[in-house]
Design a protein around this ligand. Sequence first.
Ligand code: AMP
Length: 399
Amino acid sequence: MPSLPVLVLNSGSSSIKFSVYDAAGGARTKRLEGAADGIGTNQGKFWIRNGNGEKTADKSPDLPSRVEAFALIAEALNSGDFPIPAAVGHRMVCGGPTVQHNQRITPELIDKMERYVAFAPLHTPIAVYIMRETLKLFPDVPNFVCLDTYFHRTIPEVASHLPIPGEYSAMGVRRYGFHGISYESIIYQLGDEVPERLVVAHLGNGASISAIRNGACIDTSMGLTPTGGIISATRTGDIDPGVLLFILREIAKSTSDANAAADKLETVASKRAGLLGMSALSNDMRNLREAIAQGNTKARLAVDKFVWTIQKWIGSYFAELGGLDMLVFTGGIGENDIATRAEVCSSLGALGIRLDMERNNIRGEGIISAEDSRVVVRVVPPAEDLMILNHVVRMLTTS
Ligand code: AMP
């Protein structure tokens, strides 16, 4: 059978991950995966693993910008060691109000999505750069965009519309929601076990929670940008607008340039806040847990705040869904931080959530609720690349 190599590109704010699958005849065989990580630093990492999990490249290059990071990936993909892809799938966090569906990428589509860079300022610049470079690298290969916002298209207007003057709503300012490809992949993996009333907590470097009825999203915590919702590693989450105005006025004391002031405010709200801002120590849960064990009270308060916001969202979703059948934890913290799962569930007994502490003692896939828990609680790692691959194969065969 001829092979059908599909390249999946998944860029974050400081990393580009890539993988090649063979999707011939319904197969989903991973041929290679790799990443350029630590973009914007001189402590970058670049690695590739083949389909057997063996490392075939492992370097620590300077990666001052996305240009050097993608050049390394392009060189590897073009080296002749790997097949030229039959199609490429790109993850895109937000394409703005006019690009809401997964589709084939054209230069015009990239321009259209780039206009809404303000809706995902940490993610859009790198994603559109990679799309343009990939079109140049493989000019005859169809490229497709898969949007994180796509899963949230079913959210009712009462949840997505914002209480702002109509002129701003008309510019596309509304709640979009993110991490959609991760949520889709959880639904895909649960298959027949998707219950009527489901809450998924995607707790990673960015964190969000969604309420899902019969597999369709009805509410999600992130809003216009990934800075909204629950607090996360370096982002405030939802916050009284007066706080932002206060900080803006402080910034304005030392700059008269409104755009520069807005950029500074964005840095405060999305890069210096959240777990990092509160702990004044780290954005990584592993470091915070270590500090807590040594009695660090700021780290303790930061993690308590994180847990508290998650509990509040789960409580409000319980009301919105009219009860709860299943709670899923996913993302780097959701999969690996046993203590966060225990702390989140500790005060949710009234909702019918009871963990089995021994079952909870896992990293990765498993059911962690007690036998008599009314709500099934489980851990399901996300499979975003597989989901992008599924979308690409479908669009390739129907386009
Ligand atoms: P993600 O964005 O989903 O890749 O998640 C990355 C985050 O997961 C890291 O910044 C840590 O906060 C957290 N994390 C990863 N591994 C662990 C671990 N073993 N224990 C606790 N937290 C972890």
